[in-house]
Design a protein around this ligand. Structure first.
Ligand SMILES: Cc1cc2nc3c(=O)[nH]c(=O)nc-3n(C[C@H](O)[C@H](O)[C@H](O)COP(=O)(O)O)c2cc1C
Length: 333
Protein backbone atom coordinates (compact mmCIF):
# COMPACT_ATOMS: atom_id res chain seq x y z
CA UNK A 1 0.00 0.00 0.00
CA UNK A 2 1.29 3.49 -0.79
CA UNK A 3 0.71 6.05 1.93
CA UNK A 4 0.55 9.75 1.21
CA UNK A 5 3.87 10.05 3.03
CA UNK A 6 5.52 7.56 0.65
CA UNK A 7 4.18 9.48 -2.29
CA UNK A 8 5.51 12.70 -0.80
CA UNK A 9 8.99 11.21 -0.35
CA UNK A 10 9.26 9.51 -3.70
CA UNK A 11 11.34 11.49 -6.15
CA UNK A 12 10.04 11.62 -9.68
CA UNK A 13 12.23 9.64 -12.06
CA UNK A 14 13.03 13.00 -13.65
CA UNK A 15 14.91 13.97 -10.46
CA UNK A 16 17.00 10.79 -10.64
CA UNK A 17 17.67 11.43 -14.32
CA UNK A 18 18.73 15.01 -13.56
CA UNK A 19 21.08 13.68 -10.87
CA UNK A 20 22.66 11.21 -13.32
CA UNK A 21 23.09 14.03 -15.82
CA UNK A 22 24.78 16.31 -13.24
CA UNK A 23 27.05 13.42 -12.23
CA UNK A 24 28.34 13.30 -15.78
CA UNK A 25 30.42 16.41 -14.96
CA UNK A 26 32.33 14.55 -12.23
CA UNK A 27 36.11 14.30 -12.44
CA UNK A 28 37.55 10.91 -13.43
CA UNK A 29 40.96 9.44 -14.01
CA UNK A 30 42.02 10.47 -17.56
CA UNK A 31 38.40 11.61 -18.04
CA UNK A 32 37.40 7.97 -18.62
CA UNK A 33 33.95 8.48 -17.02
CA UNK A 34 33.86 4.79 -16.05
CA UNK A 35 30.26 4.79 -14.81
CA UNK A 36 26.83 3.74 -15.97
CA UNK A 37 23.56 4.92 -14.41
CA UNK A 38 20.18 3.18 -14.37
CA UNK A 39 17.18 5.38 -13.63
CA UNK A 40 14.25 3.50 -12.03
CA UNK A 41 10.95 4.85 -10.71
CA UNK A 42 12.09 4.31 -7.10
CA UNK A 43 15.89 4.53 -7.23
CA UNK A 44 19.04 5.39 -9.12
CA UNK A 45 21.66 2.65 -9.59
CA UNK A 46 25.35 3.28 -10.24
CA UNK A 47 27.42 0.65 -12.06
CA UNK A 48 31.09 0.55 -13.00
CA UNK A 49 31.64 0.54 -16.75
CA UNK A 50 34.88 -1.41 -16.97
CA UNK A 51 35.00 -0.99 -20.74
CA UNK A 52 36.32 2.48 -19.87
CA UNK A 53 38.68 1.17 -17.17
CA UNK A 54 42.46 1.27 -17.24
CA UNK A 55 43.52 -2.39 -16.86
CA UNK A 56 47.23 -1.56 -17.22
CA UNK A 57 47.62 1.40 -14.88
CA UNK A 58 44.65 0.67 -12.61
CA UNK A 59 44.40 -3.13 -12.39
CA UNK A 60 42.75 -3.11 -8.94
CA UNK A 61 40.23 -0.46 -10.11
CA UNK A 62 41.20 1.93 -7.32
CA UNK A 63 41.00 5.02 -9.50
CA UNK A 64 37.92 3.66 -11.27
CA UNK A 65 36.19 3.36 -7.88
CA UNK A 66 37.41 6.80 -6.75
CA UNK A 67 36.09 8.30 -10.01
CA UNK A 68 32.72 6.56 -9.62
CA UNK A 69 32.58 7.71 -5.98
CA UNK A 70 32.99 11.29 -7.20
CA UNK A 71 30.10 10.79 -9.63
CA UNK A 72 28.02 9.27 -6.82
CA UNK A 73 28.60 12.34 -4.64
CA UNK A 74 27.73 14.66 -7.54
CA UNK A 75 24.38 12.80 -7.88
CA UNK A 76 23.75 13.17 -4.13
CA UNK A 77 24.47 16.90 -4.37
CA UNK A 78 22.08 17.24 -7.34
CA UNK A 79 19.24 15.42 -5.54
CA UNK A 80 19.81 17.46 -2.40
CA UNK A 81 19.57 20.69 -4.39
CA UNK A 82 16.20 19.48 -5.72
CA UNK A 83 14.93 19.18 -2.14
CA UNK A 84 15.46 15.47 -1.51
CA UNK A 85 17.13 13.55 1.33
CA UNK A 86 18.94 10.57 -0.14
CA UNK A 87 19.90 7.18 1.30
CA UNK A 88 22.94 5.60 -0.35
CA UNK A 89 23.61 1.87 -0.25
CA UNK A 90 27.20 1.27 -1.34
CA UNK A 91 28.03 -2.05 -3.02
CA UNK A 92 24.49 -3.36 -2.46
CA UNK A 93 24.96 -6.76 -4.15
CA UNK A 94 28.11 -8.81 -3.37
CA UNK A 95 27.22 -11.15 -6.27
CA UNK A 96 27.54 -8.16 -8.66
CA UNK A 97 30.62 -6.14 -7.66
CA UNK A 98 30.13 -3.83 -10.63
CA UNK A 99 26.92 -2.58 -8.98
CA UNK A 100 28.52 0.22 -6.97
CA UNK A 101 25.62 1.97 -5.28
CA UNK A 102 21.90 2.49 -5.05
CA UNK A 103 20.50 5.92 -4.24
CA UNK A 104 16.91 6.27 -3.07
CA UNK A 105 15.10 9.33 -1.86
CA UNK A 106 13.91 8.89 1.70
CA UNK A 107 12.58 12.32 2.55
CA UNK A 108 12.30 15.92 1.51
CA UNK A 109 14.29 18.87 2.74
CA UNK A 110 14.06 22.63 2.23
CA UNK A 111 16.30 23.79 -0.60
CA UNK A 112 19.00 25.95 0.97
CA UNK A 113 21.22 28.53 -0.70
CA UNK A 114 24.25 26.37 0.24
CA UNK A 115 22.76 23.35 -1.55
CA UNK A 116 22.15 25.45 -4.65
CA UNK A 117 25.67 26.89 -4.56
CA UNK A 118 27.14 23.40 -4.27
CA UNK A 119 25.23 22.09 -7.28
CA UNK A 120 26.31 25.17 -9.24
CA UNK A 121 29.93 24.37 -8.34
CA UNK A 122 29.57 21.16 -10.40
CA UNK A 123 29.54 23.31 -13.55
CA UNK A 124 32.49 25.46 -12.42
CA UNK A 125 34.80 22.72 -11.08
CA UNK A 126 37.73 21.67 -13.23
CA UNK A 127 41.28 20.38 -13.00
CA UNK A 128 43.92 23.12 -13.12
CA UNK A 129 47.45 22.11 -14.14
CA UNK A 130 48.85 25.67 -14.33
CA UNK A 131 51.24 26.84 -11.60
CA UNK A 132 49.37 28.61 -8.80
CA UNK A 133 50.22 32.14 -7.72
CA UNK A 134 51.86 33.06 -4.40
CA UNK A 135 48.66 33.21 -2.35
CA UNK A 136 48.49 30.66 0.47
CA UNK A 137 45.50 28.47 1.28
CA UNK A 138 44.16 29.61 4.65
CA UNK A 139 43.68 27.53 7.79
CA UNK A 140 39.92 28.16 7.68
CA UNK A 141 39.70 26.95 4.10
CA UNK A 142 41.54 23.74 5.00
CA UNK A 143 39.40 23.24 8.09
CA UNK A 144 36.25 23.34 5.97
CA UNK A 145 37.72 20.87 3.48
CA UNK A 146 38.74 18.55 6.35
CA UNK A 147 35.19 18.75 7.69
CA UNK A 148 33.48 17.88 4.38
CA UNK A 149 35.85 14.93 3.81
CA UNK A 150 35.24 13.76 7.37
CA UNK A 151 31.47 13.89 6.79
CA UNK A 152 31.85 10.93 4.40
CA UNK A 153 34.34 9.11 6.62
CA UNK A 154 37.60 10.15 4.95
CA UNK A 155 40.51 11.98 6.59
CA UNK A 156 42.38 14.91 5.08
CA UNK A 157 46.01 15.49 6.05
CA UNK A 158 47.93 18.59 5.05
CA UNK A 159 51.53 17.69 4.17
CA UNK A 160 54.26 19.55 6.05
CA UNK A 161 57.06 21.12 3.99
CA UNK A 162 59.25 18.05 4.64
CA UNK A 163 56.45 15.70 3.68
CA UNK A 164 55.83 17.70 0.49
CA UNK A 165 59.50 17.13 -0.36
CA UNK A 166 58.97 13.39 0.20
CA UNK A 167 55.89 13.60 -2.02
CA UNK A 168 58.01 15.21 -4.75
CA UNK A 169 60.43 12.25 -4.54
CA UNK A 170 57.55 9.76 -4.67
CA UNK A 171 56.01 11.52 -7.69
CA UNK A 172 59.36 11.49 -9.46
CA UNK A 173 59.71 7.72 -8.80
CA UNK A 174 56.18 7.11 -10.05
CA UNK A 175 56.77 9.15 -13.20
CA UNK A 176 60.01 7.24 -13.92
CA UNK A 177 58.22 3.93 -13.41
CA UNK A 178 55.39 4.97 -15.74
CA UNK A 179 57.83 6.22 -18.39
CA UNK A 180 59.64 2.87 -18.34
CA UNK A 181 56.48 0.83 -18.93
CA UNK A 182 55.42 0.89 -22.62
CA UNK A 183 51.97 -0.60 -21.90
CA UNK A 184 51.22 2.23 -19.46
CA UNK A 185 52.40 4.78 -21.97
CA UNK A 186 50.12 3.23 -24.58
CA UNK A 187 47.17 3.39 -22.19
CA UNK A 188 47.84 7.06 -21.39
CA UNK A 189 48.18 7.85 -25.10
CA UNK A 190 44.81 6.17 -25.74
CA UNK A 191 43.08 8.66 -23.42
CA UNK A 192 45.13 11.77 -24.14
CA UNK A 193 46.20 11.39 -27.78
CA UNK A 194 44.40 12.17 -31.05
CA UNK A 195 42.76 8.71 -31.12
CA UNK A 196 40.84 9.17 -27.87
CA UNK A 197 37.15 8.26 -28.09
CA UNK A 198 34.81 11.20 -28.64
CA UNK A 199 33.49 12.74 -25.43
CA UNK A 200 36.27 11.25 -23.28
CA UNK A 201 39.93 11.82 -22.47
CA UNK A 202 42.08 14.94 -22.25
CA UNK A 203 42.17 17.40 -25.17
CA UNK A 204 45.40 19.36 -25.79
CA UNK A 205 43.80 22.54 -24.31
CA UNK A 206 44.02 21.12 -20.76
CA UNK A 207 47.52 19.62 -21.09
CA UNK A 208 50.47 21.97 -20.33
CA UNK A 209 52.51 23.25 -23.28
CA UNK A 210 55.70 22.57 -21.31
CA UNK A 211 56.68 21.12 -17.94
CA UNK A 212 55.16 23.52 -15.38
CA UNK A 213 57.54 24.97 -12.78
CA UNK A 214 56.27 23.49 -9.57
CA UNK A 215 57.73 22.11 -6.32
CA UNK A 216 56.06 18.73 -6.94
CA UNK A 217 56.31 17.66 -10.59
CA UNK A 218 53.04 17.05 -12.40
CA UNK A 219 51.93 13.94 -14.26
CA UNK A 220 53.44 13.89 -17.76
CA UNK A 221 50.91 12.68 -20.33
CA UNK A 222 53.53 11.61 -22.88
CA UNK A 223 53.40 14.78 -24.97
CA UNK A 224 52.80 18.46 -24.43
CA UNK A 225 49.45 20.14 -25.09
CA UNK A 226 48.51 23.75 -25.78
CA UNK A 227 47.68 24.94 -22.24
CA UNK A 228 49.94 27.94 -21.63
CA UNK A 229 51.53 27.54 -18.21
CA UNK A 230 53.72 30.66 -18.32
CA UNK A 231 56.97 31.10 -16.46
CA UNK A 232 55.76 31.33 -12.86
CA UNK A 233 57.04 28.84 -10.30
CA UNK A 234 54.37 27.23 -8.12
CA UNK A 235 55.74 27.31 -4.58
CA UNK A 236 52.81 28.49 -2.42
CA UNK A 237 50.52 25.51 -3.06
CA UNK A 238 49.32 23.26 -0.27
CA UNK A 239 49.39 19.48 -0.69
CA UNK A 240 46.84 17.33 1.09
CA UNK A 241 46.25 13.58 1.20
CA UNK A 242 42.82 11.96 1.45
CA UNK A 243 43.26 8.79 3.47
CA UNK A 244 41.49 6.27 5.69
CA UNK A 245 41.79 3.10 7.71
CA UNK A 246 40.60 0.69 4.98
CA UNK A 247 41.98 -0.10 1.56
CA UNK A 248 39.14 -1.87 -0.26
CA UNK A 249 36.45 -1.12 -2.83
CA UNK A 250 34.08 0.45 -0.30
CA UNK A 251 36.88 2.72 0.94
CA UNK A 252 37.82 3.79 -2.60
CA UNK A 253 34.18 4.64 -3.34
CA UNK A 254 34.07 6.76 -0.14
CA UNK A 255 37.36 8.36 -1.16
CA UNK A 256 35.68 9.44 -4.39
CA UNK A 257 32.75 10.93 -2.51
CA UNK A 258 35.23 12.83 -0.34
CA UNK A 259 37.20 13.93 -3.41
CA UNK A 260 34.03 15.40 -4.89
CA UNK A 261 33.00 17.06 -1.62
CA UNK A 262 36.45 18.61 -1.13
CA UNK A 263 36.75 19.69 -4.77
CA UNK A 264 33.28 21.30 -4.95
CA UNK A 265 33.84 23.19 -1.70
CA UNK A 266 37.36 24.21 -2.78
CA UNK A 267 35.82 25.53 -6.01
CA UNK A 268 33.41 27.68 -4.00
CA UNK A 269 36.38 28.90 -1.93
CA UNK A 270 38.06 30.03 -5.16
CA UNK A 271 40.79 27.39 -4.93
CA UNK A 272 42.37 25.54 -7.86
CA UNK A 273 42.69 21.76 -7.48
CA UNK A 274 45.01 19.23 -9.12
CA UNK A 275 44.90 15.53 -8.17
CA UNK A 276 48.11 13.48 -8.07
CA UNK A 277 47.20 9.84 -8.41
CA UNK A 278 50.31 8.33 -10.04
CA UNK A 279 51.81 7.91 -6.55
CA UNK A 280 48.80 5.78 -5.56
CA UNK A 281 48.66 3.77 -8.79
CA UNK A 282 52.17 2.32 -8.31
CA UNK A 283 52.68 -0.14 -5.43
CA UNK A 284 56.09 1.17 -4.33
CA UNK A 285 55.06 4.83 -4.21
CA UNK A 286 51.73 3.98 -2.58
CA UNK A 287 53.81 2.39 0.20
CA UNK A 288 55.88 5.61 0.37
CA UNK A 289 52.67 7.60 0.81
CA UNK A 290 51.61 5.28 3.62
CA UNK A 291 54.96 5.89 5.33
CA UNK A 292 54.49 9.66 4.93
CA UNK A 293 51.22 9.14 6.84
CA UNK A 294 53.24 7.29 9.54
CA UNK A 295 51.22 4.15 8.69
CA UNK A 296 48.14 5.80 10.21
CA UNK A 297 46.07 4.99 7.15
CA UNK A 298 45.98 4.25 3.42
CA UNK A 299 46.41 7.13 1.01
CA UNK A 300 43.65 7.35 -1.61
CA UNK A 301 44.59 10.44 -3.58
CA UNK A 302 46.86 13.49 -3.20
CA UNK A 303 45.60 16.97 -4.07
CA UNK A 304 47.40 20.20 -4.80
CA UNK A 305 45.39 23.21 -3.61
CA UNK A 306 46.18 26.81 -4.43
CA UNK A 307 45.05 30.01 -6.07
CA UNK A 308 45.09 30.16 -9.87
CA UNK A 309 46.33 33.22 -11.74
CA UNK A 310 43.15 35.37 -11.93
CA UNK A 311 44.33 37.16 -15.08
CA UNK A 312 44.52 33.99 -17.18
CA UNK A 313 41.31 31.96 -17.22
CA UNK A 314 41.54 28.38 -18.46
CA UNK A 315 41.04 28.36 -22.23
CA UNK A 316 39.36 24.96 -22.51
CA UNK A 317 37.44 22.22 -20.74
CA UNK A 318 37.35 18.48 -20.96
CA UNK A 319 34.49 16.94 -22.98
CA UNK A 320 31.86 14.55 -21.63
CA UNK A 321 29.89 11.59 -22.93
CA UNK A 322 26.23 12.32 -23.59
CA UNK A 323 23.49 11.39 -21.12
CA UNK A 324 22.36 8.52 -23.40
CA UNK A 325 25.87 7.08 -23.50
CA UNK A 326 26.08 6.78 -19.70
CA UNK A 327 22.47 6.33 -18.59
CA UNK A 328 19.67 3.83 -19.15
CA UNK A 329 16.16 4.89 -18.18
CA UNK A 330 13.86 2.08 -17.05
CA UNK A 331 10.77 2.38 -19.33
CA UNK A 332 8.56 2.04 -16.23
CA UNK A 333 9.99 5.36 -14.97
C1 LIG B 1 40.74 9.59 -9.32
C2 LIG B 1 41.33 10.71 -10.16
C3 LIG B 1 42.70 10.77 -10.37
C4 LIG B 1 43.25 11.80 -11.14
N1 LIG B 1 44.61 11.87 -11.30
C5 LIG B 1 45.17 12.88 -12.00
C6 LIG B 1 46.59 13.00 -12.10
O1 LIG B 1 47.35 12.22 -11.53
N2 LIG B 1 47.09 14.04 -12.82
C7 LIG B 1 46.27 14.93 -13.47
O2 LIG B 1 46.79 15.83 -14.11
N3 LIG B 1 44.91 14.86 -13.36
C8 LIG B 1 44.35 13.85 -12.64
N4 LIG B 1 42.99 13.77 -12.52
C9 LIG B 1 42.11 14.77 -13.16
C10 LIG B 1 41.39 14.19 -14.39
O3 LIG B 1 42.28 14.09 -15.47
C11 LIG B 1 40.20 15.10 -14.70
O4 LIG B 1 39.27 15.03 -13.65
C12 LIG B 1 39.48 14.74 -15.99
O5 LIG B 1 40.34 14.87 -17.08
C13 LIG B 1 38.25 15.63 -16.22
O6 LIG B 1 38.62 16.99 -16.27
P1 LIG B 1 38.03 18.07 -15.28
O7 LIG B 1 38.41 17.64 -13.88
O8 LIG B 1 38.68 19.36 -15.67
O9 LIG B 1 36.54 18.08 -15.43
C14 LIG B 1 42.41 12.76 -11.73
C15 LIG B 1 41.02 12.71 -11.50
C16 LIG B 1 40.50 11.70 -10.72
C17 LIG B 1 39.02 11.68 -10.41
Amino acid sequence: MTTSDDAHHRAPAAAYAAAAEAAGRAPSIHNTQPWHWQVHPDRLDLFADTSRGLPGTDPDQRMLLVSCGAALHHAQVALHAQGYEVAVRPLPDPAHPEHLATLAVDGTTPVTADAVRLVQAIQLRHTDRRPNVDVPVTGEQLEELRRVAGAVGVELHRLTADQATELAVAVSHAEDAAAGEPSWQAETARWTGPDRAEGTGLPPEVIPDKRPETDVGERFFGSHGTLEVGGGHDKASTYVVLFGAEDDRAAWLRAGQALSAVWLHATLQGLAVLPYSQVIEIDATRAMMRRILSNLGYAYVVLRLGVADPDHPLPGHTPRLSFDETTTVDPAS
